[in-house]
Write a protein that binds this ligand. Sequence first.
Ligand code: ADP
Ligand code: MG
Length: 621
Amino acid sequence: MADTVVGIDLGTTLSLCAWVGPRGPEVVRDEAGRRFVPSVLSFTADGEVLIGDEARRRAIAEPENTIFSIKRLMGKGLADLEHELRFVPYHVEETDRKLVRVRVRDRAYTPQELSAMILREVRDRAEARLGVEVTRAVITVPAYFDDAQRQATRDAGRLAGLDVLRIINEPTAAAIAYGLDRQHDGLVVVYDFGGGTLDVSILKLRDGVFQVLSTSGDTYLGGDDIDRSIMDVAAREIATRHGVDVRRDPSLLQALRDAAEATKIELSDASSAELGLRSSDGSLDYRRPITREELETLLVPLVERSLRACRQALTDAKLETTQVNDVVLVGGTTRIPYVRRRVKEFFGRDPHVDLDPEEVVALGAAVQAHALSGDASGSAMQEILLLDVTPLSLGIDTMGGAFSKLIMRNSTIPARATDEFTTWVDGQTNVDIHILQGERELSKDNRSLGRFTLRGIPPMPAGIPRIEVTFLIDQNGILKVQALEKRSGREASVEVVPSHGLTNEEVERMLLESVEKAEEDMTARRMIDLRTDGEVVIRATEKSLANVRARLSPAQQAEVRDSIVALRGALAGSDPSAAQAALDRLNLLTMPIAEMQMNAVAEHVLRGKKLSEIGRGGEEK
Ligand code: ADP
Ligand code: MG
């Protein structure tokens, strides 16, 4: 069977797929003519998984078993999700690797697995429709997605049996769909106002290459907010006119939500519409005409917020509106005439609106997939080289818990950076390279992406080894880190396992292994990790304590010693949260000591940034 490549827009609320056929790029529809697969999964009592429209219809009846907005969980830990989780009725838990899982009907699923089910559905529909195998795809992600989120998306594609040719940014895909990459050089603003999110991106085109200059937006601003504004008006009127509190009745509330959205959509074409809500028993019959002008009054504050994001994106890129050459509209909400008008006024030019704003990202991804697949060879279409930026700085942990950045945020990728480090202890033969992502000064405040050890450095006095650390981000935004001790030529065979992403092997294992079994191992595994970490911390603390003793009061010293004893006790036990708490406590207590020690080092000699010792460092040959 022949095969083809597709572009997939894996959306927060809707997913869709496009390909480049004989008539050019087009969105794939199923037999019923549907373009979208709602990004919703529902798990039935008899073990069936419903995907798309069928799943969405069960959202109210089966809130705990119906999963939506998975995109918001991709590549995230619980700590990142506090805000998000307030909005979801299903159960989310954290695993030992700071990855979340969704627990539904007594099974836990990673966001990758859930996204893979959606991708598989999209793919199956495309195969059925096109009559060819679909094995390769380009998948889009928001421009602000970090490494872990991109990696998670890539893993989802792989779990769905797809060879992911490339992960590209949604705004870049939209610009490609309009063929802007084949135009003269210039600046493109992509204004994406969807159902739940607003994303503004500024792209720079040079020699057919897109670079993301800046991104801004609001992860909680979208068409849903417009629906809610309309609902608020209606709910108040229903309360005064009919004495009914709609908010207390989930089915009325859902009906009102649907009515509000339908009215909003109608007002994009008509100058007036009717908003109506009837209860099933006929006891409530509310009707009210609503004009486009009225809707626009409600829209003002929401659109103002979106324009603030535009202003921010321009400021970040150090640009004026007059420098912008093209404005591209993406997302269903940009169908609203008032939104278009305000965006046009803001940028002082007509935005591109010829393509369907809900299809444009998938279309661009399809064009890119087609170009990458080689199917385009012979045609005028060449590979479009895409440049994106790193959304957050990348670097490593250095002595005392200071974060040392190698690649700055908003760097163009592919990117490469090198820095030199040295050792902290005489005769140190191992160094721990801990890779982090973020903007904070202390490592502990940033996100851990992975770590590895460079071993076998010949014993030398502290400060003498020259350890060159190189960061490489490839076109897919995947990070590789290398460490080389230049005097001895020792090199670490580096494998960066982003703690929020997964390696190939892990993905495969995940497919085979039952999640329930993994769960049992999890506590044990977490204890082992904690013991390793705890030992390092205790060792370091004891050493630090010796170094800064003169500056600590006897009471401070006793407090640290007590918590070392407590940690040893907890590490010998089997309760990971108790051990974690004891470790956190010791870490917290030793923070000022680490700082003191850094000062002490600064006072002493030694130029250059020190890498901490790991394990039995000094003794290993
Ligand atoms: P997302 O990318 O966030 O999944 P979409 O780009 O598909 O979202 O946009 C969905 C939003 O667009 C919904 O809030 C929907 O009500 C709104 N929408 C769709 N069509 C129209 C229209 N004609 N007028 C106004 N809003 C619309
Ligand atoms: Mg979208």
